[in-house]
Design a protein around this ligand. Sequence first.
Ligand SMILES: [Zn+2]
Length: 250
Amino acid sequence: MPLRELRPNLWLTEITLAEFDVRGAVIIGEERVLVWDTLSHPRDMQGIAELAGDKPIYVVYSHADWDHCWGTAGLNSSVIIAHGVCGKRFKTGEVAQDLAAKQSAEPGLWDAVQLIPPNRVFSFMITVDLGGVMVELHPLAGHTDDCLVAFIPQWGVLLAGDTVETPLPYLHESSIPLLPQWLGKLDEWRRTERVRTVVPSHGEIGDRSLITQNVHYLRDLRDRKPPTVPAEMTAFYTETNANNMKLAGF
Ligand SMILES: [Zn+2]
């Protein structure tokens, strides 16, 4: 798995899945290392132990969807941080059901996955001190109700998880009642001048204009206006857009 250095002490984990790409991050502090999402499989975490050296690894799940939290067994980590609702999604068996479905659809491919639930959960913003680097974790419900973003103020970097996506965000049925809240939070972030780099889990990396693009899309859905989308999109995003519009009542 290629690890790419975005800036000193910030590495990206980027993998290609059947239908889309997914990205996580590794933040290296003086005392601790934070892994933002463990992606879809333990092998997706290759190379991180070497980067971390003898520093303890903290894992943060941006949310409990399968492409973000299935690779944890590939790390040696005893601290797994997530939103309380993420913990519930593990407890209720939702995450296990997703794994069972994948295992029966693609026998043999997912056998190494071990589901490791979070053991430190929270519902309001928390700050994680890595030694010389502070990481703020902010809940931002919308794509799912357990979604987080991670902000590193001293670098101006916002790890947006699935709250911002290019070319367009992915909605679940549960996203519809959360639209006003999702829009409100994104609107705050896009006005936050300290944010200089936005790193979504899916799609290109950019500046705050990525957030604005998602705000416009979600606003259109809320107002029942057909959203503006790029002329050329992959089959996955063409289908996602159609599904989003259906969920929004078009
Ligand atoms: Zn995702």
